[in-house]
Design a protein around this ligand. Structure first.
Ligand SMILES: Cc1cc2nc3c(=O)[nH]c(=O)nc-3n(C[C@H](O)[C@H](O)[C@H](O)COP(=O)(O)OP(=O)(O)OC[C@H]3O[C@@H](n4cnc5c(N)ncnc54)[C@H](O)[C@@H]3O)c2cc1C
Length: 150
């Protein structure tokens, strides 16, 4: 490497498509809603989208009723199901960017910010955050055909 310009940094984006589907195509995960690293929730959210898509679309496809073409209405159901958890987690990430990350980056003071202090003192807040990171809002459950027989 000759200079720092040779280093490729990963772009951090936080945004989402207005519509996640069109004829013959469905966007899920970061393709539909780019997540920032904050909270480490993006991978869980992408996997939950995939589980929801399998639950809503694989049955009709497997039965042959839709002969390889999934209607827009059916694709829209995946977005309807996954939009709320996405919007909630993106709103929380945006809030953390503004209230915690930006404040910490701008400050020369090594003390944790007010939000971090509040969370570390509250068991309830810590539990809620733990649930949001590990499980997330509106958790998805794999359809029966996708589960390993025990
Ligand atoms: C710097 C950074 C750190 C992050 N850290 C975390 C973290 O610690 N925990 C967490 O949960 N989330 C984290 N996130 C968010 C997380 O990475 C994403 O939300 C998550 O990876 C989305 O998964 P995905 O499968 O939708 O997309 P991706 O993980 O981006 O997967 C898409 C895949 O498709 C491939 N691809 C693209 N185009 C084509 C093509 N034309 N043909 C074939 N393949 C193609 C790509 O190479 C890639 O492998 C982080 C994000 C960033 C930017």
């Amino acid at each position: 490497m000759k200079s720092f310009d040779d280093v490729k940094l990963l772009d951090v984006q936080l945004n989402r498509l207005r519509r996640w589907y069109s004829d013959g195509v469905l966007f899920i995960g970061d393709a539909a809603h780019a997540m920032s690293p904050v909270g480490g929730v993006g991978i869980n959210l992408a996997v939950a989208d995939a589980v929801a898509a399998a639950r809503l679309l694989a049955g009709p496809l497997r039965s042959g009723r839709v002969s390889g073409h999934v209607s827009r209405r059916r694709l829209a159901r995946v977005q309807t199901r996954r939009w709320v958890p996405t919007a909630i987690l993106q709103a929380v990430q945006r809030m953390i960017h503004t209230k915690v990350v930006s404040v910490a980056v701008a400050s020369a003071d090594p003390e944790p910010g007010r939000v971090i202090g509040l969370v570390s003192r509250s068991v309830v807040l810590r539990r809620v955050i733990g649930y949001m990171v590990a499980i997330g809002p509106l958790p998805e459950h794999a359809p029966k055909f996708g589960r390993r027989a025990s």
